[in-house]
Design a protein around this ligand. Structure first.
Ligand SMILES: Cc1ncc(COP(=O)(O)O)c(C=O)c1O
Length: 440
């Protein structure tokens, strides 16, 4: 019996022993096509020689220096690289070790910003239902996914949740996109007014919702409208691009496709592509200038901030993506995968919606297409699909509770940026087998 306190104590996980491009290999030599990059992490696959060499070089030179004593060349270079490509107004980067830490840091930075500006009453946070922002208590409180929150509810800070932009289910038949956006904007506005605009600190959202809603993009102009409302009330706009950022949707930052920027942008997963654990908060000039001119010290911190080896890995990952123009491949293979999914599942009686951007795609499963009725959650269809896919040698990321945290099932696909057309065929073929076998 294993002495590891595994994620699931009732599962028998195969032992991963090797990686080969977009495949993981287990101790028995079985190969799994990683069609979800774990959890949208391994965007360069599992054997990138340039990144491996960069990690080895950095460990050999200087693995780690605590950020309270030193900066490091990899950290400085990575910050320069990211800021040079960042949305307007962003001019510094606060490095952490993962997505939850990035969100926690962004929330605390937003709070300190207002304290330093002499607006200490600004403390309320508005987020969206069906979002996921991480599992630490602050990030969990921010997320709006019912089942993840449920048992920890007594420990969570109060956060106001508004509706996500989930057009396929929530847009009324008589509503244009513009009407729908106006309705969602009005809900945000009403909540701001109820809390008192002078008391609201920040609004946070994932530009394309990942784990909890299955690659769900917003309709046109939704984000522009929400940002304008926040700006009008002096409320900070935080984007959680932990899953959808770093090229996953076909542009380095997902918000580029919305035509907006933000005050704080959280990134992780594809930043280090799994070669090292790393996350970051991209920070606006205004926020940094305010804190610098005030106490000059962000009252936060973790031991591994700006870990030199993690930064060297992330810099190599980002250079590989750029030098090999992998975002073109994300767009091309994303289009092809979406097209092949539509051919294979467009008429499937239990696939209600196929959506997403770039190599970040989701299929929402339904019991009945006409009514969009979901399967009984007790069937745990998503877990069956995951098990069947693993059996077939395919990793995908199915999840339940798509609609309200309890009902609904989806499958999230987020393959590495290096896949080719043959991998697309393998994904569609094996996913078809997994879904059909699970429903049989
Ligand atoms: C949008 C989003 N935010 C935050 C997180 C938390 O990141 P981590 O698991 O690295 O703490 C995740 C993880 O899935 C995520 O998808």
């Amino acid at each position: 019996m294993s002495h590891v306190f595994h994620r699931s104590l009732s599962s028998n996980y195969p032992i991963a022993t090797g990686g080969d491009g977009p495949y993981l290999i287990d101790a028995d030599g079985k190969r799994y096509l990683d069609a979800c990059s774990g959890a949208a992490v391994s965007c360069l696959g599992h054997s990138d020689a340039a990144v491996i060499a960069a990690v080895q070089r950095q460990v050999g030179r200087m693995a780690y220096a605590h950020s309270a004593f030193f900066s490091s060349q990899p950290m400085e270079e990575l910050a320069d690289f990211l800021v040079a490509r960042a949305p307007a107004g962003i001019d510094s980067v606060y490095f952490v070790s993962g997505g939850s830490e990035a969100v926690e840091s962004a929330l605390k930075m937003a709070r300190q910003y207002f304290v330093e500006r002499g607006q200490p009453q600004r403390r309320h946070l508005i987020a969206r239902r069906q979002s996921y922002h991480g599992n630490t208590l602050g990030a969990l409180a921010t997320g709006g996914n019912a089942w993840r929150r449920q048992q920890f509810e007594p420990l969570l800070i109060g956060v106001t949740h508004v509706a996500p932009c989930y057009a396929w289910r929530d847009q009324q038949v008589h509503e244009t996109d513009g009407d729908y956006v106006a309705r969602l904007g009005q809900e945000l506005e009403d909540n701001i007014v109820e809390l008192g605009p002078e008391n609201v600190m920040a609004f946070i959202a994932e530009p394309v919702v990942g784990a909890t809603a299955g690659a769900l993009p917003a309709v046109a102009d939704y984000f522009r409208h929400m940002r304008a409302i926040c700006q009008r009330h002096g409320i900070l706009f935080i984007l959680d691009e932990v899953m959808c950022g770093m090229g996953r949707t076909g542009s380095l930052f997902a918000c580029e496709q919305e035509g907006i920027t933000a005050d704080l942008i959280c990134i992780a997963k594809g930043l280090g592509a799994g070669y090292q654990p790393i996350g970051a908060v991209m920070v606006s000039k205004d926020i940094r200038d305010t804190i610098r001119a005030g106490t000059g010290f962000f009252q936060h911190g973790h031991t591994y901030i700006g870990h030199a080896t993690a930064c060297a890995a992330a810099l190599a990952v980002q250079q590989q993506i750029e030098q090999r123009d992998l975002l073109s491949n994300v767009r091309d293979m994303g289009d092809l995968l979406q097209q092949r999914l539509r051919q294979r599942f467009g008429g499937h009686p239990h696939v209600g919606n196929i959506r997403g951007r770039g190599l970040f795609l989701g299929l929402e499963l339904v019991r009945e297409r006409g009514s969009k009725q979901a399967f009984d959650p007790a069937l745990r269809l998503h877990a069956r699909i995951k098990a069947q896919a693993m059996q077939a040698g395919l990793m995908c990321y199915p999840m339940g509770g798509t609609i309200d945290g309890l009902h609904g099932d989806h499958v999230l696909l987020a393959p590495p940026y290096i896949i080719d057309a043959s991998h697309v065929e393998e994904i569609v073929d094996k996913l078809g087998t997994a879904i059909d076998t699970s429903l049989a």
